[in-house]
Design a protein around this ligand. Structure first.
Ligand SMILES: C[S@@+](CC[C@H](N)C(=O)[O-])C[C@H]1O[C@@H](n2cnc3c(N)ncnc32)[C@H](O)[C@@H]1O
Length: 210
């Protein structure tokens, strides 16, 4: 890879600067160990929420709320983000960030629980967008739910799709890398989705439900 390419990626990642509340949420996330999405992924999620006019977004993996803040900024003013995390402590940080960003409490629904216990309770065809940033090893099951909960034309976005730059290297065979690689491959031929793999941040696999 050329030095120019590395410089270009850094430039693209930093293209949209984060405001004070986002930076504070990012600091809190790093402090508690809830790895936040990169700035480039956040900006891309915001753009996807905006372009799809997403009024109902479902997120797996709230963390301290960094991706949630980006999503809410791209959604219409009456849009509602439902976000799932099994760490109640992380939800406290996310709530604090939403308050600091002056987001009305009606716009967020935080569900504490394990994703695979919660997802079956989510209504079918009720969501415009699903963001997957929970347990990587469970991602294939999350994707099964995506087919059910997304409306036709809805968008699924899988964060960490290129898993620490290991997915592109066939010699890397740890469980997380293999799951990400198989999911990327599966979506490339799926008849249910129109996919695109974006090399932003740690990789963002985006697909529109047919
Ligand atoms: C990478 S962090 C999410 C970061 C967040 N999206 C952000 O940008 O700030 C992953 C989150 O998924 C949560 N998580 C992991 N496994 C989970 C599961 N099985 N069910 C629900 N949440 C889970 C973790 O507690 C953690 O907060």
């Amino acid at each position: 890879m050329s030095t120019d390419k590395a410089q270009t990626w850094v430039y693209a990642e930093d293209y949209i600067p984060e405001h004070e509340v986002l930076l504070a949420a990012r600091d809190a996330a790093v402090e508690v160990g809830a790895a936040p999405v990169s700035t480039g992924i956040g900006a891309t999620l915001r753009m996807l929420a905006a372009v799809s006019g997403a009024r109902a977004v479902l997120e797996i993996g709230t963390g301290a709320g960094v991706s949630a803040l980006w999503l809410l900024d791209g959604m219409p003013a009456d849009g509602v983000l439902t976000t799932i995390d099994h760490e109640v402590e992380f939800h406290k940080h996310a709530r604090r960030a939403f308050t600091a960003a002056k987001i009305s409490p009606q716009r967020t629904r935080l569900i504490a629980g394990r994703a695979l216990d919660v997802l079956p309770r989510m209504a079918a065809r009720a969501y415009d967008m699903l963001v997957i940033d929970g347990d990587v090893l469970e991602a294939p099951q999350y994707l099964d739910h995506a087919v059910r909960v997304l409306r036709p034309g809805g968008v699924v976005a899988f964060v960490h799709a290129l898993w620490h730059d290991q997915v592109a290297d066939p010699a890397r065979r740890d469980p997380e890398t293999v799951v990400c690689r198989e999911l990327v491959r599966f979506l490339s031929t799926s008849e249910d989705f129109i996919p695109s793999l974006l090399p932003v941040g740690d990789g963002l696999l985006v697909a529109v439900k047919r």
